[in-house]
Ligand binder design. Sequence first.
Ligand SMILES: Cc1cc2nc3c(=O)[nH]c(=O)nc-3n(C[C@H](O)[C@H](O)[C@H](O)COP(=O)(O)OP(=O)(O)OC[C@H]3O[C@@H](n4cnc5c(N)ncnc54)[C@H](O)[C@@H]3O)c2cc1C
Length: 380
Amino acid sequence: MENGEKVENVVIIGGGPAGLAASIYNARANLNPLVFGGSPYGGQLMLTSDVENYPGYESILGPELVEKWRGHAKKFGVRIIDQNVVKVDFSQKPFKVSTATTTHLARSVIIATGAKALWLGLDSETRLRGKGVSACATCDGFFFKNKTVGVVGGGDTAMEEALTLVKFAKKVYIIHRKNTFRASKIMQDRVLSHPQIEVIWNAAIEEVVGENKVEGVKLKTIDQRPQTVDQRQETTDRRPQTVDHRLETIDKGLESKVYNLDIDGLFIAIGHKPDTGLFTQQVELDAKGYVITLERAYEEAVKKMINNQNPNSKENLKIGNWDLIENWKLGFGNYRSMTSVPGVFAAGDNVDHMYRQAATAVGMGVAAALEVERWLEVSS
Ligand SMILES: Cc1cc2nc3c(=O)[nH]c(=O)nc-3n(C[C@H](O)[C@H](O)[C@H](O)COP(=O)(O)OP(=O)(O)OC[C@H]3O[C@@H](n4cnc5c(N)ncnc54)[C@H](O)[C@@H]3O)c2cc1C
């Protein structure tokens, strides 16, 4: 069903911190924004308990904070529809944004669909989320002062999480399925030389143990074949390539063994997936699916200049079909939240692969809203 000929000033796709913050600004600028909050609504903070790092609240439950933002937005007249957008068409103006039942026309759009932390998929992990199982060391590391924690993963994120956690915890185990990390060498070196961080190689989590809080994990060794000297040299590891000898063996099989490891918290650091499948072929995305806004496009262009054999080539200033020189000439150079489609903006964790915090998502949402305001004043 086409929603008449009404053209919205701005449609915001996503009702987490970024989308709601943007909506409050746009509503107070009399733009009467329409938010599709998604189903389930609220975003990642709905999955957490105590939030202690959002300015203004010493401690607040994640879902409570979301309700405060929704109430705040509604007070200024924001229309929030808690449905998923299933299709967009940014190829012509006005843009089209469709749910399963309605299509809406918009002069501008803010993409704020966020991201999802990847989880192992164990029942025990789901049950203990927010009770010692987390996907965010910056958010929850503080709760583990002088405790022992585990980090699952082998990429840069896992290294970063371990180095963040070790500022609080007395001991950090990195639990990794393989016998080498895929993290950058500099991050590996920092982790492997840290006296309080220990790596448990070739091990996967079988179960997170604990009734109402994490008390430990059951680990299963995956591959106990000794490494060759050559393989060892490929890694920067200087430690024995075995599981921790102090772990208690509780089951011995032919192929693998199961061990108990006592820890107080478990941080899953196996990656994030931005919720941007909907926007493939519509705006430029990076290889991992993050939306590339102009700010990121500049960064990518500089990288291309440094890495390209021909640093002066104008090709360095193209991101896919997006020509940054043309973009600048058209006067779009200061719309840092704008995507490769003029009039479509993006904010929050679907852009930000670095900080991934509620406060940064809110900040990005506000920036996008202010840019929308400016954009609507100058665009026809
Ligand atoms: C377990 C956990 C604990 C955390 N703890 C903290 C903390 O203590 N402090 C902190 O600062 N940060 C914390 N974070 C991070 C914080 O939650 C995120 O950085 C923040 O929520 C990102 O906001 P966002 O609006 O970009 O995206 P999200 O919060 O992911 O919200 C995205 C929204 O878009 C909606 N959506 C998705 N697809 C569609 C669609 N097709 N149509 C319509 N809507 C759609 C979703 O339903 C959701 O409402 C935590 C994250 C996790 C996972």
